[in-house]
Ligand binder design. Structure first.
Ligand code: SF4
Length: 423
């Protein structure tokens, strides 16, 4: 176990503040995104006998309501960092702004420890911003930085100003995330398994969670019971990377539980489902259990990209899965298929073919632009072309990487692919 684990495990009787920082980016959409790792950690801290406070800069700035409990946070136009000069797009601060953030901190009792999370590597601007403001208000309070950016870019995260950085997997010991820290939260989150048994070249799942494991149905039930005590929650999102693995013993039993106890809740799978697992029975389970938003991982019909994607689904399996889902009761508009764009040396014709293939079956395409994630083999390949990726996590940003940073595509080509997907 790491030093950080022992340090946290020894805390008792302390006041601990958890912070989900604002996001600096060109765009931000709430895909049922909550800082799940931090929320588990805060629950663990509570179970150890500490008092916890929580400040979610995205949630606290919620503005326009979207479907199924989601919100778009407020945004302010900010200056682009140097790495993005020359990119003709606006850049924003999403979430609580300076004055609001500082006044929330000032209104709190001084904590003994601050835990700050981080998500995308290229969102570090918001993380560093939050740490510097915390330092201003609580100069003597130690700050621990955890989350994905800290894990994947520990060398860069040192410049954040945090006192400790989470560099390794932290086996957090809590039965559920502390979702009750959101006052009147609109949706819950559920992770019934950790990691993924596959190993796609571009994915960080294996780095962040080296082994795949599924939780017991009793644990899942406990987690749902806890979150659904919040009466305003009407939606719940699965965070699993491999929800349908061993489906007879895992997912179907969770569906039975949901149908028995939680049929009033709508469920969503923002992470793509493994299409090869969706036979008729599985499609019926998904529909009858009330899974409303279904995302399917196809990625590509191009053999080279399929090889980089663990050969997880063939054309025929995809075709059958779509048929099964439609026969179970889904409309095509409920079923979005991920198509990957902008991998190193990816053939643009392969992308066009994939989009046309999905559309020929009546499917809805959701394009996903490649982000070079440190530690993956696709990142190593991308480094050959863009060595600066090593020093500057802003360059990992998927919304501009393939069209402005790697030069894999011209901006006009990317637009053409997006238009084709929308047509
Ligand atoms: S199947 Fe999905 S979660 Fe698993 S390694 Fe591939 S991309 Fe990652």
């Amino acid at each position: 176990m790491s030093d950080l684990f022992h340090f946290l495990n020894g805390l008792k009787g302390k006041r601990i503040l958890g912070i989900n920082p604002p996001v600096f980016d060109f765009a931000y959409f709430d895909l049922w995104a909550k800082p799940i790792g931090l929320l588990y950690l805060l629950q663990w801290m509570r179970d150890l006998g500490n008092e916890v406070q929580f400040l979610d800069c995205i949630y606290e700035a919620r503005d326009k309501a979207k479907s199924f409990g989601r919100y778009q946070p407020r945004r302010t136009l900010i200056e682009k960092p140097e790495a993005y000069w020359g990119i003709p797009r606006r850049y924003y601060h999403f979430g609580l702004e300076e004055e609001e953030f500082l006044s929330r901190l000032l209104a709190m009792e001084e904590p003994d420890l601050v835990l700050i999370t981080s998500i995308m590597t290229y969102w570090y601007g918001g993380v560093h911003w939050a740490i510097s403001r915390v330092r201003k208000i609580f100069p003597d309070v130690p700050v621990v930085l955890g989350g994905i950016y800290a894990r994947l870019c520990p060398g860069h995260a040192i410049s954040s100003g945090a006192d400790m950085i989470q560099t390794e997997y932290l086996p957090v010991q809590a039965p559920y995330p502390a979702m009750d820290l959101y006052e009147n939260g609109e949706y819950g989150i559920l992770e019934t398994s950790w990691g993924c048994p596959m190993g796609c070249d571009y994915c960080a799942s294996k780095i962040l969670c080296p082994s795949f494991s599924q939780r017991s149905i009793e644990e899942v039930a406990l987690e749902m019971d806890f979150q659904l005590k919040v009466p305003s929650i009407r939606d719940m999102a699965f965070y699993d990377d491999a929800l349908l693995m061993n489906r007879e013993f895992h997912f179907y039993r969770i569906c039975d539980l949901i149908q028995e106890r939680y049929s009033h809740i709508r469920f969503h799978t923002p992470n793509g489902l493994h299409v090869s697992q969706i036979d008729r029975k599985c499609a019926k389970y998904l529909f009858n259990t009330g899974l409303r938003t279904i995302r399917l991982s196809l990625e590509s019909v191009d053999r080279t990209v399929q090889g980089q994607s663990s050969m997880k689904v063939s054309r025929l399996q995809f075709e059958r899965a779509l048929e099964n889902l439609v026969s179970a009761g889904y409309g095509q508009e409920d079923l979005e298929t991920y198509v990957l764009i902008g991998l190193p040396e990816q053939d643009i014709d392969g992308v066009r073919k994939t989009i046309r293939f999905v559309k020929s079956l009546g499917g809805t395409v959701k394009t996903a632009q490649f982000s070079p994630i440190p530690g993956t083999s696709s990142y190593r390949k991308a480094l050959e072309n863009v060595p600066a990726l090593k020093e500057e996590p802003l360059l990992h940003n998927n919304s501009v990487y393939c069209s402005y940073i790697s030069g894999e595509l011209e901006p006009a080509e990317l637009q053409e692919l997006k238009d084709l997907a929308r047509a």
